[in-house]
Write a protein that binds this ligand. Sequence first.
Ligand code: HEC
Ligand code: HEC
Length: 405
Amino acid sequence: MLTLLLGCLATVVPAPLELTAAENEAAAQLSPPPALRDDPTNRVADDDAAARFGQRLYFDTALSSTGEVACATCHDPELGFADGIELAEGVGTAGKHSPTVLDSARNRWFFWDGRADTAWTQATGPWESPVEHDSSRLEIAHHLAADVVLRPEYEAIFGALPPMEDSTRFPARGRPIPDDLDHPDQVAWASMTADDQDAVTEVFVNAAKAVAAYERKLVTGPSRFDDHVAGVTTLHDDELLGLRIFLANHCVLCHAGPELSDREFHNLLLPVPAWVADPDDYGRYAGIVKLQANPLSGGGAWSDAPDDAATRISQLALTEEQVGQFKTPTLRNVGRTAPYMHAGHFAELEDVVAFYSALDEQGGVGHREEFLAPLDLDEDEQAALVAFLRSLDGTLPDAEWLTAP
Ligand code: HEC
Ligand code: HEC
């Protein structure tokens, strides 16, 4: 009996998987986690007081019309700085899935369509979005001026606030809405002098720059995969098989380098889920149009180093290929941030891998990236690829940054 069993084991236990030298070299291109690049467009990007102040704003539900929505509502530290649901829920329902804020400070473009080129440009968006915070720059400036904790912290970093208590100069609520001149928020905004408008926009932008400084604290450290590359640990056989599949196929062309993203945009022609309101989302194409029109971009008057950013933005040419493209997300921390894709198309990593394996369903606009071919993986191979993806979760930032201060 015993010999029978041993005989059996000898045939089923495979030799440990060994990657080739070429595979190891290719894996090393994806590690370690990259250092943060400087952000010259934000003079407080690396200021610790600004990061702490930004952390307060990040968790502050008072910066919403209902008093219930903060950045942390949709980018919850308990949920991998995402929200675990398909479409984000703030004051209303957003048209997109919440990506993680972890490691977003490493991004080149922000949002699924890249319509923001800096972290602070991004942060100005949700505060004034009617479906997210539904607030306005005037309300934010009023809140900072009236709050006994926020006011001195703001003024220590950025200097004196405008005299917000003067209600003849500073209405309670308002923001520029150039394409809806009858909107009450626009009417209130238009009643102000240009100098007062600028003073309020400056407060608004400064608040966003502080949040961006906080986001620079939310970068993750080495994952088990990075530790494997560094020789500190060894991935299990199924993870190694997954890594082999990842390297041998097109995954690594788009999820490239230590960021596990080429920092570009592609059209996967994903099947459109029933909950998507706009199946003809133009993605990157529309994102470029919005970026070039946004006065709060890194290339605009509110930037601390507009020149390079303005050149980068003006050089973006619109092409037909961009229709239906979305940003290649990093795969770091992907085990923490289900569901997946720009509208939460897939509930689990297993579903993502099954999609890439078959590639049979199509939806949306534009045409699928030409080199995307079905991987035709069997069940064990799909499970191995998922196991590899799960080895990419990095170590979390220090606990002091993970809750409201
Ligand atoms: C109602 C939920 C909601 C709220 C509130 C919210 N976000 Fe988001 N966030 C989203 C969604 C959805 C996206 C993607 C939108 C898109 O791409 O069009 C996003 C995108 C982002 C991104 C871009 C990440 C990337 O990789 O491109 C960052 C960073 C971010 N949010 C930070 C913030 C900050 C900071 C706040 C508070 C000022 C905030 N969010 C408030 C839902 C929300
Ligand atoms: C042509 C470029 C390209 C290739 C090749 C590619 N991806 Fe992607 N990947 C993307 C883009 C773009 C998205 C986001 C798509 C969207 O939401 O519309 C994405 C999304 C993902 C996501 C979801 C991440 C998240 O946070 O939502 C995972 C996981 C993923 N890819 C894994 C893989 C794997 C594994 C392979 C190889 C089988 C692969 N990708 C091949 C470009 C690519």
